[in-house]
Write a protein that binds this ligand. Sequence first.
Ligand code: ZN
Ligand code: ZN
Length: 285
Amino acid sequence: MKKVGVATRWGLHTSTAGGLGEMLRRAEQMGETAAQIFVKSNRRWEMPSLDGEEAKEFRKGKKEQDLWVCSHAGYLINVAGSDETRQKSIRALAEEVRRAEELGLEAVVVHCGSRGEKEPSEARRRAVEGFQEALQRSGTQRVKLALENSAGQGSALARDVAEWGELVQSIPDQRRAACLDTAHAFAAGFDLRTEEGRSRLRVEVLREIGQENLVVIHANDSKTECGSGVDRHEHLGAGKIGTDGLRLFLRDPSWAGIPRIGELPPGEREDRENLAFLRASCSTT
Ligand SMILES: [Zn+2]
Ligand SMILES: [Zn+2]
């Protein structure tokens, strides 16, 4: 993936309330050049069917607006979980991937799963096979599966960058992708307030994930302390990472051209401020 000379895109997780057309209008109004959506309710298994006409309109509108869009898979999905959860997760993820492809999205961001009582290696094997099965079942060709790093909350996989990398590298070439969340990395022990912490994260991500696989950055501040292992997002600059740490991390030339998305509590003023923060953090000069 060539990043040189590519403008860096930025936006927020954007609501689809009122339909996908409404979402596009919202994105345009806010001036977003990238956005993330849910293609179904994020806290339920059920999926009301996707209207083919609405999907077509969305693809067209997204192109006209030159908007980069990814989806975030449902929070219940755990491909490393117990047999029943895992089967449900594979089915649900396959359908989400199919929808994302129908909508012309760039990637589906998904959590790597939680190991519960299982040995880490066994949990990773289940996750890897689960992701591959979901991709196969989806019958899709193009949309990428972007595995996200975790804060390590509970027994979540991919707190450790090497473990996250092992999972990412197991995804077939054409579909392989990763999503780096700054709040998760901070909660996982990377102190983004210091040059040492930022550079350690950069070195590990470039080595284990590879710049070409990193397709989106979740730019979130953190309510919780560095190393807490607890995932709580905070408005940009208002959390424990703070303005300087986040800005310096996002301005790193290694991440130039990679879209950044804030996943933050919505609000008219907050959205405006978070977007201004992201826009100002794109420059590498
Ligand atoms: Zn995230
Ligand atoms: Zn999070």
